[in-house]
Write a protein that binds this ligand. Structure first.
Ligand code: SF4
Length: 323
């Protein structure tokens, strides 16, 4: 059986604005050859610092813009080359929850109307009684009272609004939900409640989640696998257990050493310099300008993402050296 989601060599480059002389001023290499898959009912977390390209990966899968190169398959079907009309049935299976719940909801629609909208977009002939019961069921699923349906988004707290966005994403009965920094704007305690809710929904509905986050602390307790991104590329990928217990890539080691509340972290690794510009990413290993272990080969040859055992992948020349 095919993977639920399969992303192969995805590249997304954005052209920079032209100069006043009309010459192109380069391209932002936001995503530079990323491959991964998500299984049915699984959570894969895509993590990395802001600007590493993780949200661009999510938006490319959603086809909010066209890919520069690569393939995306959902349920075995290639979706990166579909027309907007052909994408309609795909959108039923693939939904998203963004970071800002207020911006995602129409302030003029009651919660009931906001939840009914995707149902009537994807299904025809739903009677008003059936619609009422579907909306009630969605409110139950996200643990909101049924009378919440009569109210407007501004009457809710940030956490409650995010529950409404999750209910709206679930209205079309998707197989995969992309959570793009979906808990980043929430208070710590509310964050934990929403993460618990997502885990419960996954168990209840068999949902798959692509959880995009810069917050490694949140990811550790809710994800099955992790893919770590740096400057448009995946540098490490594996089960949460392996990545958090024994990270192999120097960048992942640095990220984990800085994660708040990470009891397993040893001494904090402070990386030198800033993340280089994605307009002119460094040759060879993108991380070599900040890596404490960089050697000559790193500056000329990009390391491949290779299996280090049991499906734990890392892109680092050090892992290929004989011990
Ligand atoms: Fe560091 Fe070289 Fe490994 Fe890149 S390939 S992470 S620069 S040691």
């Amino acid at each position: 059986m095919s993977h639920l989601l399969e992303v192969k060599d995805l590249k997304k480059h954005f052209p920079l604005k032209r100069s006043w002389l009309g010459a192109s001023t380069g391209r932002v290499h936001a995503v530079d050859g990323v491959s991964f898959h998500v299984e049915r009912g699984e959570t894969l977390s895509l993590v990395g610092e802001s600007g590493c390209g993780k949200s661009t990966v999510g938006r490319s899968i959603l086809r909010l813009f066209d890919l520069t190169e690569g393939e995306v398959r959902l349920d075995g079907e290639r979706i990166d080359n579909l027309s907007p009309r052909q994408l309609r049935p795909v959108r039923q299976k693939l939904q998203v929850v963004f970071q800002d719940p207020f911006a995602s909801l129409n302030p003029r629609l009651t919660v009931r109307e906001a939840l009914a909208e995707p149902i009537s977009n994807f299904e025809s002939g739903v009677t008003s009684e059936a619609m009422q019961s579907r909306v009630d069921k969605l409110l139950d699923l996200v643990r909101l009272p049924r009378d919440a349906g009569r109210r407007y988004p501004h009457e809710f707290s940030g956490g409650q609004r995010q529950r409404i966005c999750i209910a709206r994403a679930l209205a079309s009965k998707p197989k995969l939900v992309i959570c793009d920094e979906a808990v980043s704007a929430l208070d710590v305690s509310v964050k934990a409640q929403i993460v618990n809710l997502l885990q419960d929904l996954q168990d209840e509905l068999g949902l798959a989640l692509l959880f995009i986050s810069h917050d490694l602390g949140i990811v550790e307790h809710m994800t099955h696998r992790v893919a770590v991104m740096y400057l448009g590329r995946i540098v490490e990928q594996g089960t949460a257990q392996r990545i958090f217990a024994a990270p192999k890539h120097p960048y992942t080691q640095a990220l984990l050493s800085a994660a708040p509340g990470n009891a397993k972290a040893g001494k904090r690794i402070v990386l030198k310099g800033d993340v280089p510009s994605p307009v002119t990413p460094p040759q060879g290993c993108h991380f070599h300008t900040r890596c404490p272990y960089a050697f000559d080969r790193c500056r000329v040859e990009a390391p491949r993402l290779e299996n280090q055992g049991d499906g734990h992948l890392a892109a680092c020349h050090l892992q290929a050296l004989p011990v």
